[in-house]
Ligand binder design. Structure first.
Ligand SMILES: NC(=O)c1ccc[n+]([C@@H]2O[C@H](COP(=O)([O-])OP(=O)(O)OC[C@H]3O[C@@H](n4cnc5c(N)ncnc54)[C@H](O)[C@@H]3O)[C@@H](O)[C@H]2O)c1
Length: 327
């Protein structure tokens, strides 16, 4: 069963269904409306009704063909359909290729927050076809670049330098450049999640920038896109890292410059109230005892060492870093 959103289905879902049928596999295509606002329990229920109607049994597998929304939603359907059937991720957006399709996290949103109901359901395979990116619009492509920069910043100084030197071909989406970039990010994420498949500890390094990003998204009423929020979040948390982990200020400058040259925002929008942002970090999923945790780098390419790479940050430190990004 191929599950795709209505935008990706005609571009990539249907052609793949045709190819699988030609190869002799009984293949069905199930679609849902595109967009984060459809990553809900209601959409999951509708897809399950379709599976029932199509008499999908335990001998079936789900292929999630699309961006991160499809991967999370279809993955969660596969995780619970008849107590779980195999899942194959076929990511078509950059976010999904370098991040969402890997690591087994599946979920839907609730009105009260993102990804609040879900499960770990690791895919049997992840097939990323770079050619799918040819149809991806510019805005979601940039969103993906924010995750690429994050990945390099926590785990691979050489990838970071390579990105600094490959801006033009990255932005022009030159096939060979994109393939190198995506492959390196996949290797890094796979290495991290294979050692910590259920995020018991070390895997939290992947959250660099995200404690602040989630707060920014929430305080902006989700008008700020996730990619933009991650870019600003990386800059704010880099500022905190300068104080807390000895992250060199020259590295924070390089991080900011790279994001900026990729067309991502690096300044705090003046309409967002720093105190509201600080309050929102305290209701982050990653909080412990009501305190926000931050996964910080010690220099470009290296995160805090050890099983738990996070630190607690108090409001004063966060407000100082936010104020620095207003200037
Ligand atoms: N599970 C995880 O570990 C994880 C990690 C990161 C993000 N996510 C989730 O991923 C989601 C964001 O992912 P996203 O940015 O891919 O969102 P998305 O799935 O909504 O895709 C963005 C838009 O691009 C369209 N699209 C996707 N591929 C296309 C293509 N090849 N051609 C044309 N259009 C295409 C989609 O229809 C959609 O309109 C969020 O819900 C987030 O929570 C999950």
């Amino acid at each position: 069963v191929i599950i795709s959103d209505a935008r990706v289905a005609p571009l990539h879902g249907r052609p793949l269904a045709r190819r699988l049928r030609r190869a002799g596999l009984a293949t069905r295509l199930v679609t849902f409306p595109a967009g984060e606002r459809y990553k809900t329990r209601r959409t999951k229920e509708r897809i399950e009704d379709d599976l029932l109607r199509l008499e999908v049994g335990r001998d079936a597998a789900v292929l999630a063909v699309g961006g991160g929304v499809t991967g999370d939603l279809a993955g969660f359907v596969a995780a619970t359909w008849q107590r779980g059937i195999p899942l194959v991720q076929v990511p078509t957006s950059l976010v999904a290729m370098v991040d969402a399709a890997l690591g087994g996290k599946t979920a839907v949103n609730l009105p009260g927050g993102k990804n609040l109901v879900g499960s770990f359901h690791h895919p049997w395979g992840v097939y990323a076809d770079m050619e799918a990116l040819a149809t991806l619009p510019e805005a979601p492509f940039r969103e993906g670049l924010a995750e690429v920069v994050k990945t390099a910043a926590i785990a691979d100084a050489r990838l970071f330098e390579w990105l600094e030197g490959s801006l033009a071909p990255v932005r022009a989406r030159r096939a060979a450049t994109i393939e190198t970039m995506v492959t390196r990010c996949i290797r890094i994420k796979r290495g991290i999640v294979e050692r910590d498949p259920h995020e018991a500890g070390r895997r939290a390094v992947l959250n660099f920038g995200h404690t602040v990003a989630h707060a920014l998204e929430r305080v902006s009423g989700f008008r700020l896109s996730h990619g933009a929020a991650v870019a600003i979040g990386l800059c704010v948390e880099a500022g905190i890292a300068c104080e807390r982990t000895g992250f060199p200020s020259g590295h924070a400058d390089r991080l900011e410059r790279l994001l900026d040259l990729m067309g991502l925002p690096t300044r705090l929008p003046p309409t967002l109230d720093p105190r509201a942002i600080a309050a929102a970090t305290r209701s982050d999923k990653k909080r412990r005892r009501g305190r926000a945790r931050y996964a910080l780098p010690v220099r470009l390419g290296s995160a805090l060492p050890g099983h738990d790479p996070t630190v607690e940050v108090d409001d004063r430190e966060l407000l100082r870093a936010l104020a620095a990004l207003r200037r």
